[in-house]
Design a protein around this ligand. Structure first.
Ligand SMILES: C[S@@+](CC[C@H](N)C(=O)[O-])C[C@H]1O[C@@H](n2cnc3c(N)ncnc32)[C@H](O)[C@@H]1O
Length: 218
């Protein structure tokens, strides 16, 4: 059973996002009510260093740092305004945090460093189809023996839930998204030498989420 409720995470989001453009700030405040952060945070080992790929405005790392779950983290995203908001959010985190953000496209070389967990949350459906396998391979390559790769994305089925999310992304991101079938993600994990440690399907409102926690064997 999850240790947090969506409302607990939404409260943290309101505490750490206090400045920046009002619409972007509100999106962070409400995101925990439609995206299962309350379950995602429990997948992260205590004290871990996390690389959050496509971190948006940094809500995942911000939540983990605000709850003292992690030792530190680096997030990167191709959106400059999102990264600006993430960097200003770090001022609201506990002083000893070691969390930072960089503007970078996931198809470019990734930042150096050793991480205990790589997270890829709701990013894959925004990546052009021709680049999706490569981004997955990069995340797998950065998952060292005994370490973790947390994948979460929107489900391609049932059709009505996938369509509801497609409309969401047309309005919020002004993008026609490209879902990856969960079976492909599982096959790619096997091809990259990863094992599935946990797997979950979560419905929140009309959205269906698919979570896979991969691990690279020792
Ligand atoms: C739905 S948001 C999720 C943000 C964050 N992971 C979260 O859960 O709040 C998708 C993010 O992926 C980012 N993104 C899409 N394509 C990307 C790419 N090729 N490289 C880096 N970031 C990318 C977008 O800029 C956006 O911030």
């Amino acid at each position: 059973m999850a240790q947090h409720r969506p409302a607990d995470i939404a409260k943290i989001a309101r505490q750490i996002y206090r400045s920046g453009p009002p619409i972007m700030r509100k999106l962070q405040h409400w995101r925990p009510m439609i995206c299962p952060y309350h379950i995602l945070v429990d997948q992260v080992p205590t004290g871990a260093r996390v690389l959050d790929v496509g971190c948006g405005a940094g809500l995942f790392l911000g939540t983990l740092a605000a709850t003292n779950r992690i030792g530190g983290g680096l997030g990167f995203d191709s959106s400059a305004p999102a990264i600006e908001m993430g960097n200003s959010m770090t001022g609201e985190l506990p002083q000893a945090n070691d969390v930072s953000f960089e503007c970078l496209d996931a198809t470019r070389p990734w930042p150096e460093g050793a991480f205990d967990l790589i997270s890829l949350i709701d990013v894959m459906h925004h990546v052009p189809p021709a680049a999706q396998r490569g981004v997955f391979a990069k995340a797998a390559a950065r998952t060292a023996p005994g370490k973790w790769f947390l994948y979460k994305d929107m489900a391609r089925r049932p059709f009505w839930r996938a369509t509801a999310n497609r409309l969401h992304d047309l309005v919020v991101a002004r993008e026609w998204i490209n879902y990856v079938d969960l079976q492909d993600i599982l096959s790619w994990g096997t091809e990259e030498g990863l094992t599935v440690h946990a797997r979950q399907e979560i419905d929140m409102l009309w959205y269906r989420h698919e979570l896979i926690l991969f691990r690279r064997p020792q």
